[in-house]
Each structure stands twice: as structure tokens, then as C-alpha cells.
Design a protein around this ligand. Structure first.
Ligand SMILES: *Cc1c(COP(=O)(O)O)cnc(C)c1O
Length: 219
């Protein structure tokens, strides 16, 4: 799928939810280390890119330094990689998955950094993220106690199944948490990937992270 085709599909899904919903697209580039692929996407208009490994992100950030790209870190962040990541000055860390991780990032960051709280909305044990029941308390505690964590909202990965009902349920659960956090400044509800972004947008997502379905057409 080209970026144009993706935008058209997002547009239709968005209108099924609300004409007021604006959806941002983060292009996930973890499947390639060919910088030409990223440049092609950039030339098509894409500005936000997502990576889930610090090392891979470092190569791409350095290789594309001259382009005004917004880098989103979306992977599981190991504590020993935090300094390396912060040096890259990412636009946002989407994968704050515990209070403990937030504490360490808060301590190492020299200035506030935009972050999302990752929620394990499908409760799959292999997935990272906070239990939904703890998400609101943890969000508020981070906001109160950790000044360098500039929380902007929540992120989740949908249930890993072909059962649309289950996928929808995990997105709806995350959206409800997001909705309760809006009075506290939450603006971003990041959910939806290649296989389920339309369902996510129908459930209120305003940021999708699309990799495989998009990247293949540019490789
Ligand atoms: C890989 C990844 C994506 C993109 O997944 P696709 O199915 O390839 O679109 C989105 N979010 C996270 C956290 C990822 O790790």
C-alpha cells in the first residue's frame, strides 16, 4: 500500500467515527535499514517515523540528520539503552510501560520528553504495558511526581487474534482509559497497526503506527 492509499483508507475509517477526528500516521520502518526507503516515504509527505530498537533508530537518525523527521520510539525500552535513546532526541517515547521505567527516564532526561503510557489492553502475558486497571493511577502518579515525563496520552497494541470482536474490545478499553485521562491533558490515543488500523480508528484512535502494509511498496 502506498502512503496515498493508506491515507484514503484512514479517511474512510475516520469518517465512520467522526468528521472531527484527525488521525496521525507514524510510519514504522523497522523492517528495513535502507535509508532510501525512508527518503521515498519522506518525499511522499511522511514526517513521523517509528522504530522499536534503539540501535536501529540511531543509524536512521544519523543517516537522515538533514531531514526534519519526527522520531517515535515504540519498542520495549531496556534501562541500559535509555541514555543512548535520549541522546537521539526522539520526538516521543510511546512505550513507557511501568512507573519504574518512567522514573529512570525522568532521572536521565535533562529536559521534559513527550511520552505515552503503554497499556496491555489484551492482557496477553507476552505483551508489555500496564494492566488497564492500574493505568489511570499510574498515569496520574507519573504526571504528579516525574516532571521530565511529559505525558501526552496512551498507546496500545491490539489483541493478537483474527477475532475482530476481541481486537475491538482491546481498543475500546484503551479508548475509555484515554477518555478518562483527557481532563488531565491526554491528547494522543495511539492504536492500530497494519492489520487493524481501521478498527482502531473506528474506536477513536488518533495515531496509528503502520509498518509492513506500507513499507513493502517502498522497498
Ligand atoms: C512493528 C510495530 C508496529 C507496526 O506493525 P505492522 O503490523 O508492521 O504495521 C506498530 N507498533 C509497534 C509497537 C510495533 O512494534
Amino acid at each position: 500500500m502506498t502512503l496515498d492509499e493508506l491515507i484514503q483508507r484512514v479517511e474512510k475509517a475516520r469518517l465512520r467515527r467522526s468528521e472531527h477526528l484527525i488521525v496521525q500516521i507514524v510510519a514504522v520502518t523497522k523492517y528495513t535499514d535502507n535509508l532510501e526507503v525512508l527518503k521515498k516515504l519522506f518525499n511522499d509527505g511522511q514526517r513521523a517515523f517509528g522504530e522499536n530498537r534503539v540501535q536501529d533508530m540511531e543509524k536512521k537518525v544519523k543517516g537522515l540528520e538533514e531531514l526534519p523527521i519526527e522520531w517515535h520510539f515504540i519498542g520495549n525500552l531496556q534501562k541500559n539503552k535509555i541514555n543512548k535513546l535520549l541522546k537521539l532526541n526522539p520526538f516521543m517515547i510511546q512505550s513507557i510501560n511501568s512507573f519504574e521505567l518512567a522514573e529512570v527516564v525522568n532521572k536521565r532526561a535533562k529536559k521534559p520528553i513527550r511520552c505515552l503510557l503503554e497499556i496491555n489492553s489484551s492482557k496477553e502475558p507476552t505483551k508489555h504495558g500496564l494492566e488497564p486497571e492500574k493505568a489511570i493511577d499510574t498515569y496520574l502518579k507519573i504526571k504528579e511526581e516525574l516532571p521530565n515525563i511529559n505525558l501526552q496520552g496512551v498507546m496500545t497494541i491490539g489483541a493478537h487474534t483474527d477475532d475482530e470482536k476481541e481486537i475491538r474490545k482491546s481498543f475500546r478499553l484503551t479508548y475509555n482509559i484515554f477518555d478518562k485521562l483527557k481532563p488531565y491533558g491526554a491528547k494522543i490515543c495511539s492504536m492500530g497497526m497494519s492489520g487493524d488500523f481501521e478498527i482502531a480508528v473506528e474506536e477513536g484512535s488518533n495515531m496509528i503506527r503502520v509498518g509492513s502494509a506500507l513499507i513493502k511498496d517502498y522497498m
